[in-house]
Design a protein around this ligand. Structure first.
Ligand SMILES: [Zn+2]
Length: 167
């Protein structure tokens, strides 16, 4: 039976998660709620709340603006629901496209397009626990089934220029 979840686009994926639906509502309303509205919620939502000014909606997708001053671009990172982190980690570390890179490079690869609160420590834990990386001194290329993250809309904008590059 075909795995229908493979066809999920980011917009559908995000809309399945109530935390992200809530963030989307803040962005649609253009207003960050009072802290007491999120203080009882989990780390994910509180972290996004604290970064409200860096968040925006792009084509219905909640993205985080990451200003890369060195390269003079603004990266828009799709915010990934907590339950989907592993899919991204697999895609950006285990697959042939990724090639089992070390922690730093895996993190950079993910940050090209994706974001979630706690990304940094998740990457460290994931790569540290990767069997192939610990068993082999040299990286082995694996082919792990994964959702097609390449279908995700990734947008990079050149700072101060009204140019959108869809990759
Ligand atoms: Zn690995």
């Amino acid at each position: 039976m075909p795995d229908k979840s493979k066809d999920l686009t980011l917009i559908e994926l995000q809309s399945k998660y109530s935390d992200l639906k809530l963030v989307k509502r803040w962005l649609t309303e253009g207003q960050r709620p009072q802290y007491n509205e999120v203080s009882g919620k989990g780390y994910f939502i509180r972290s996004l709340w604290s970064q409200f000014d860096c968040l925006e909606l792009q084509g219905g997708i909640v993205v985080r603006r990451h200003d890369d001053r060195e390269r003079n671009i603004v990266k828009l990172q799709a915010v990934i629901p907590m339950s989907e982190r592993k899919q991204v980690l697999e895609y950006c570390h285990d697959t042939e496209y990724a090639g089992h890179l070390a922690v730093h490079k895996t993190r950079e690869k993910i940050r090209q397009s994706y974001y979630w609160p706690g990304l940094q420590s998740d990457v460290r834990a994931y790569v540290g626990g990767c069997n192939k990386c610990t068993r082999n001194k040299f990286p082995i290329k694996g082919s792990v089934p994964h959702r097609d993250w390449r279908r995700a809309m990734v947008v990079t904008r050149v700072r101060d220029q009204p140019v959108w590059l869809i990759m």
